[in-house]
Design a binder for this molecule. Structure first.
Ligand code: FES
Ligand SMILES: [Fe+2]
Length: 399
């Protein structure tokens, strides 16, 4: 299957690097010290999606995200504003709320019952007279920077990364077509733990050469119409549904019965579009729904794939028309298969990365996304240039 591709990363005036034609070395995919270096260099500062505005439409509704040892809660205030806070009580440091979401009039700590208003203010301290010097106005929940982007709410644990709006700027017009701000969740958050380095999953997301080999269904759906490109902070992939009927029943039914989505221009009505934001956040954008996905690193060899599905209501009083529900069901059947195929493929890659017989492999000229990612990592963490890990303790000495 031929693919179209282009790299639109700014090459700047950098000289040719002999490593440009090579993938990242295998040790980066399982080394605990490299994982520490990644956290410091870019993982902690990477914007992470918590939820959509509509998930917390009412005052008191909240969602949480666990990321790199921190827990963040995003809650709607009585004034209608969404705010993000560290999910940590200011008294003895207890985790404040449990689970992925809920609705609360006040957030009450389960340890000694300090309570916080929906805007984070400390409003209740049992045995108040025991703390004569306590200044409640200084002990509100600790705010976390929050970015609203087309209705999606992102938090960042540390400064240093471009905002989602900056990263996605090259695609602003295309994103606007999909009316993200009007999306509604069509399921719960799913968390799928995987015994893999986060990069094994993220690389595969932008790897186009495995599609004709590992995904017969996608090959039938897209034929030669699969294209990739790499911007500075975003990879974009797209597949255009072919006219020729697939011989697979779910795929054929999807091709035939996918309804025309009126608000999309003809160029996007039969397109599957994928964006991956550096380093670990992705959107799968179909005419029938939008799946949000992030690859949450847990350790050098463990990752949780966090996923939420959204769709655009057809009308306020009739949110999901029947033919769209059918298209979504078929989409789910097709992608369930694709996911199973990818799960098997990436497990094999992770084994190879951990083998002493693998160092690094060549990258083809068309592999613009993998090239751009490898170059970025080498720039951010120079040890990524080495074929084997430096002596133990390198990541601490480097910081
Ligand atoms: S730790 Fe939260 S009230 Fe004491
Ligand atoms: Fe795949």
């Amino acid at each position: 299957m031929a693919t179209h591709l282009r790299s639109v990363s700014s090459p700047s005036a950098e000289e040719f690097d002999p490593l440009d034609d090579m993938s990242l070395p295998g040790w980066l995919y399982h080394d605990p010290e490299f994982f520490e270096a990644e956290q410091r260099a870019f993982l902690k500062s990477a914007p992470q999606l918590v939820c959509h505005e509509s998930d917390i439409a009412q005052p008191g509704e909240w969602r949480s995200l666990d990321y790199l040892g921190e827990s963040v809660v995003v809650i709607r205030g009585d004034d209608g504003a969404a705010r993000a806070f560290g999910n940590v009580c200011r008294h003895r440091g207890s985790r404040l709320v449990d689970g992925t979401g809920g609705c609360a009039k006040v957030l009450t700590c389960p340890y000694h019952a300090w309570s916080y208003a929906r805007d984070g203010r400390l409003i209740g301290v049992p045995h108040r007279r025991e703390y004569p010097s306590l200044r409640p106005d200084e002990l509100g929940l600790v705010p976390v920077p929050l970015e609203a982007w087309h209705g999606f709410l992102f938090v960042t644990l540390q400064p240093g990364a471009p905002s989602v709006a900056q990263m996605m700027a090259p695609y602003e017009e295309e994103v606007a077509l999909y009316r993200f701000a009007e999306l509604r969740a069509i399921g719960r958050v799913t968390l799928r733990p995987r015994p893999l380095n986060w990069k094994t999953i993220a690389d595969n997301y932008s790897d186009h050469l495995h599609i004709p080999v590992g995904h017969p269904g996608l090959s039938r759906l897209f034929g030669r119409n699969y294209a990739i490109e790499a911007q500075d902070h975003v990879d974009r992939m797209e597949g255009e549904l072919v006219e020729q009927d697939s011989d697979n029943p779910s795929e054929r039914a999807y091709q035939r019965y996918l309804p025309a989505v009126d608000h999309l221009p003809p160029s996007h009505r039969r397109k599957w579009l994928y964006y991956k934001l550096f380093p670990n956040v992705a959107f799968d954008i179909y005419p029938d729904q939008v799946d949000f996905m992030q690859f949450i690193p847990v350790s050098a060899t463990e990752t949780v794939i966090r996923e939420i599905s959204y769709a655009l209501p057809d009308a306020p009083d009739y949110p999901w028309r029947r033919e769209m529900k059918v298209a979504r069901y078929l989409n789910w059947r097709i992608n369930r298969r694709v996911n199973a195929e990818d799960t098997e493929l990436i497990a094999r890659v992770q084994l190879g990365m951990q083998s002493q017989s693998y160092v690094a492999g060549p990258l083809g000229t068309s592999e613009v996304c993998l090239r751009s990612f490898a170059q970025k990592l080498r720039r951010l963490i120079p040890e990524a240039r080495l074929g084997s890990p430096p002596p133990a303790g390198w990541s601490k000495r480097a910081s």
